[in-house]
Structure formats: structure tokens, C-alpha cells
Design a protein around this ligand. Structure first.
Ligand SMILES: Cc1cc2nc3c(=O)[nH]c(=O)nc-3n(C[C@H](O)[C@H](O)[C@H](O)COP(=O)(O)OP(=O)(O)OC[C@H]3O[C@@H](n4cnc5c(N)ncnc54)[C@H](O)[C@@H]3O)c2cc1C
Length: 517
């Protein structure tokens, strides 16, 4: 007979890892089931060719596009989940994102709670993940109850000049919020050495505030927390009435094992959370668990994103480039289109990464020309909101394989943001030069493989007919099943999603602590 737990959490990433961290001090018995292992600390962590060309930290999953073609999604199954590779740009959604917003292709639905409901948890999330920034600089941000725990990361000279040129031209550049363990007053004694290997790389020195380092590692050794790695949850079973989850069934080292708990929380990432439910076909839940509304797997989003590198005459010697952003177009809607979105700087590109991201453009280029291009590149990331469409969805075939259907939305806003961005490039002296357009991880030909910002699939809401879980993220149809990952997003906004996942996981954790007494 295996042990019975108070809470089982499936997945140890931004949502699951943070939830475990919130629950652990209570002494409740927690089992964290993670399909991956610890990401190895090795020199390959910082090798652009290993990371971007060889895809060393990509997990060997195969999913299928709507035409049935296989592709390798950019998923990372490790303790810490996608945050092991994330850029640690930790933004809050803007207050307007919690309401309805009209776009050219439809309406971005409201969340079942307001910005003010999530604000205290955003603050807790920023303090837990050691975010550096300066609340008050960006005119689009909502009210905050507390300043960031650390001052904004300073701009290097090239980025400072971009900041000054933008401000002179009337834009409102602000310091991007960064989750890194950097103390600029104590350098080089601080853990973060302010290197170029943050965005898209694992951090060899564990100075990036990812879910493993911040949330899960501090729990190792606690008597009430058990982490099982290599444990892929394949389905959930219920009691005979279909009211509550009775067993969490996992495959571990080739064996099928079942675990039990009073509360079960899914935090396997938007696609895999839906996959687990859709695989749990039971008498009382014939179309998959918690899926009486036929909403599980639907409304998948992942942002309309573009990485753009401008090449200036002057070399760009910046090492840590992700310190600046502008939201001047974030709320900039008009009668015929919605707001455009966010522009932020990306980690500094290099020849190795360019080769991985643009294999078709670069395969004939001699290495020296890429080196020169990379030396002059100034890198930006443009994000426009995509809409939760019911047919943009995760489904499974008869063999349980993931199929991902996705039709792009809001091309009008995406294109308008790019047009505005070209004017921005003018302002900072990069317009006369080539603009290399890259899709995130262009290594893959199929854009939907770039699942880094995957969200939706099990949205929360007040109406059981159009959502999977309620305001506390408890499944409408089950007494003891919760969600704590990006699957709950009813809409995605136009900033990076991780801080919202983290804040919501803390919120769900505090609700569970009350429920468990
Ligand atoms: C390269 C990259 C850069 C990014 N940069 C940023 C950024 O700068 N800022 C930002 O806000 N966001 C960024 N993101 C996105 C961010 O990492 C995600 O939004 C966030 O991690 C989502 O949290 P989650 O809990 O939903 O999923 P994850 O963090 O992915 O966690 C899911 C976990 O579940 C595990 N799992 C999956 N299936 C199972 C199963 N069946 N059984 C057991 N365990 C399972 C996975 O291994 C994983 O550990 C980036 C992502 C990537 C990949």
C-alpha cells in the first residue's frame, strides 16, 4: 500500500513548483510528480550550438500538426519545466488584460477576476522570484502594493543610448523586469555574473530565478515533501460516481504506479494538462475527465511573436541585453483594430544561436559573416495577443498522441506593431540596415512548434458550460481536482506569461491551505 498524500501536484514548473513551495511550510504531505529529471549542470548549458543547433535540452516528444505531420515541440521536461530555459522576463498583465478587449479577429475574453484580485499575488511572486525592476516607469502598468525587491538591472552603454534616443523621441522606455540573482553593488560576488546566457539557455551557476532553483530545490529534504522524477502521469481515475479523483496513474521506470491524495493539482503545462484529462476517459466522464463542457484542450494560445534583429554600423558590445522594453503600443487600440502589444529586448544573439534559429538563411553563410552580423545585431522581441479560438486546440488520436490545431489570429495588429517598430528602429539608428526576421526557434519549419508561451486549454471561469474550472481553479465537475499552470488562462495578454502563472499558483496554494485547514 503506497502512502496517501494531502496534495499531489503533477509537474514542477512555474505553476507546480511554485504551488509546492507555497504549500510546503504548512507541513501538509505533498507529492510532486515530474516526468523529467534535474537538468544537468554542464558547459553545454552555455553552448549556443548545443542549445540552439543540437537542441540538447529539447525533450524528444513528437506532436502532430492539423495535416497530421509530425513535429518536435519546444518543450523542456525537467524539474523546473520551461523555466529552466526561459528568459526570466517577469511581467504582470496590465489591468485592461483582465477585461474584454476587441481585436480585428474577435474578442479577447475577460478573466473571472480583476487585476486587483491578483495584485497581492503578483507582489508575492515578484518577491519570491527576486525580480529586478522599477514599478512606476511604465505608464501602462496597474497599481502596485509594493516595489520590486531589487532595483532594475542597469542598462549597458548601447542599451542606455537606445533608451535615451527613445525617450527623446517621446516613447516611454522602461527597465524590463528580470528574475535573476544579481546584486550589481556586490559584483562579482553575486551569483549572477551578468552573462549573455540567460534567454533560452539553462543557467549553469543557478543564478536565474527559475522554478527549480527558487521553488523546488529549497524543499528537497523536507520530511513532508516528496519529489519523484521520471514519473509521467498518464491518467487520472475517479471514484465510482465520477465525483473525485481517486488515483493518479503514472509511468515510472517502465512500471505503472498509482498514487492517492485528498487533492490533486494538474500543472503539467497547457498541452500536457489537457492531454492527461483527455486520456482519462471514464464511464462518468466519457469524453475525458472534467470535459462535460467539451472545453478541455480548446482555446490554445501561444502569442503572436516575432524576434527582430536590427543591424547597426556600430558594433553592439552589450552582454546582458534584456534590460529595456516599451509598452507605448500596448493599449493603443482603434475603431478597426485592437491594441498592438509589447516590445522588449532579447538576449544578445550570437552566430551559433542564429545558425540554430535560421538554418535556411544561414546554412550557406560562412561562419565569419554570421559572427560579424551577430556582433552588430541589436535584438528585439515583439508580442501581440492571439485569441482563444475553440478550434485552436489540443486533441489526441487513438494512440494517445497529441495533435495541435492552430490558426493564427490578429494579423492586423501583429503587422501594425511591426510597422510601428520600424519607426522605432528609425529612432535608434538601425533602420538603414538589414532586418532579419526570425520566428521563435525558427529551427523548426512549423511555427506551431514554438510552444514556449503555450496557454489556455483548461480555462477557468464562472460558467461551467464555457470553462473547465471555477475561480479557485477547481474543476467544475470534480470535488478535488485543481489546476495551477498556464492552462487556466482565458486570454493571454501581450506580455510573457510566467509571472502570471506563478502569481496564480500562489493564489491557488493559499486557497488550498484554507481548504485543507
Ligand atoms: C525558451 C523559453 C523562454 C521563455 N521565456 C520566458 C520569459 O522570459 N518570461 C516568461 O514569462 N515566460 C517565458 N517562457 C514561458 C514560461 O516558461 C512558461 O509560460 C511557464 O513556464 C509555464 O508554466 P507551466 O507551469 O504552465 O508549465 P511548465 O513550466 O512547462 O511546467 C510543466 C511541468 O510539467 C511537467 N510535465 C509535463 N507533462 C507531465 C506529465 N504527464 N507528468 C508529470 N509531469 C509532467 C514538465 O516536465 C514540466 O516540468 C519561456 C519559455 C521558453 C521555453
Amino acid at each position: 500500500m503506497t502512502e496517501h498524500y494531502d496534495v499531489i501536484i503533477v509537474g514542477s514548473g512555474a505553476g507546480g513548483g511554485t504551488l509546492a513551495n507555497t504549500l510546503a511550510p504548512s507541513g501538509k504531505k505533498i507529492l510532486l510528480l515530474e516526468r523529467g529529471d534535474f537538468l544537468p549542470r554542464e558547459m553545454g548549458n552555455w553552448d549556443p550550438s548545443a542549445v540552439f543547433v543540437d537542441g540538447r535540452y529539447l525533450s524528444p516528444d513528437t506532436w502532430y500538426d492539423p495535416a497530421g505531420r509530425p513535429f518536435q515541440p519546444q518543450v523542456h521536461y525537467f524539474v523546473g519545466g520551461a523555466t529552466k530555459l526561459y528568459g526570466a522576463a517577469l511581467y504582470r498583465l496590465r489591468p485592461a488584460d483582465f477585461g474584454e478587449i476587441r481585436f480585428s479577429d474577435g474578442v479577447s475574453p475577460a478573466w473571472p477576476l480583476d487585476y486587483s484580485d491578483l495584485e497581492p499575488f503578483y507582489t508575492k511572486a515578484e518577491w519570491l522570484y527576486q525580480v529586478h525592476g522599477d514599478h512606476g516607469e511604465d505608464p501602462t502598468e496597474g497599481p502596485v502594493s509594493r516595489q520590486y525587491p531589487h532595483p532594475a538591472v542597469s542598462h549597458e552603454p548601447r542599451v542606455q543610448r537606445i533608451h535615451d534616443d527613445l525617450a527623446k523621441a517621446g516613447y516611454h522606455p522602461f527597465h524590463a523586469p528580470c528574475g535573476i540573482m544579481l546584486d550589481e553593488a556586490r559584483r562579482p560576488a553575486s551569483p549572477c555574473i551578468r552573462c549573455a546566457w540567460c534567454d533560452g539557455y539553462p543557467c549553469l551557476v543557478h543564478a536565474k530565478a527559475d522554478a527549480e532553483v527558487i521553488a523546488v530545490r529549497p524543499l528537497l529534504g523536507l520530511p513532508n515533501v516528496t519529489l519523484l522524477t521520471g514519473a509521467e502521469v498518464i491518467r487520472l481515475d475517479t471514484d465510482p460516481y465520477g465525483h473525485s479523483v481517486s488515483n493518479v496513474v503514472a509511468s515510472r521506470d517502465g512500471e505503472i504506479e498509482a498514487y492517492t491524495a485528498d487533492i490533486v493539482v494538474l500543472a503539467a503545462g497547457a498541452t500536457n494538462t489537457a492531454k492527461i484529462l483527455l486520456r482519462s476517459v471514464l464511464d462518468k466522464h466519457p469524453s475525458g475527465l472534467a470535459n462535460g463542457s467539451d472545453q478541455v484542450g480548446r482555446n490554445y494560445m501561444f502569442h503572436n511573436s516575432k524576434a527582430v534583429a536590427g543591424f547597426g554600423e556600430e558594433p553592439n558590445e552589450t552582454v546582458f541585453q534584456k534590460t529595456l522594453a516599451i509598452n507605448d503600443f500596448y493599449l493603443d487600440g482603434s475603431a478597426d483594430r485592437g491594441p498592438l502589444g509589447n516590445i522588449q529586448m532579447l538576449g544578445k544573439s550570437n552566430a551559433g544561436a542564429m545558425k540554430g534559429e535560421e538554418p535556411h538563411l544561414t546554412k550557406l553563410a560562412p561562419h565569419w559573416s554570421l559572427d560579424t552580423a551577430a556582433k552588430h545585431a541589436v535584438d528585439f522581441w515583439l508580442t501581440t495577443e492571439d485569441l482563444p479560438k475553440p478550434d485552436n486546440r489540443v486533441t489526441l488520436d487513438g494512440d494517445g498522441r497529441v495533435h495541435l490545431s492552430y490558426a493564427f489570429t490578429n494579423a492586423t495588429e501583429t503587422q501594425a506593431l511591426y510597422q510601428e517598430f520600424k519607426k522605432v528602429l528609425n529612432t535608434i539608428g538601425l533602420a538603414k540596415h538589414h532586418v532579419l526576421r526570425k520566428s521563435f526557434y525558427m529551427k523548426m519549419d512549423i511555427p506551431i512548434a514554438a510552444v514556449a508561451h503555450q496557454a489556455g486549454t483548461c480555462r477557468f471561469g464562472t460558467d461551467p458550460a464555457s470553462s473547465v474550472s471555477d475561480v479557485n481553479c477547481k474543476a467544475h465537475e470534480l470535488d478535488n481536482l485543481y489546476f495551477a499552470d498556464a492552462s487556466i488562462f482565458p486570454s493571454i495578454g501581450a506580455v510573457n506569461p510566467a509571472l502570471t502563472v506563478i502569481a496564480n499558483a500562489i493564489r491557488v496554494g493559499e486557497h488550498l491551505l484554507k481548504r485543507l485547514g
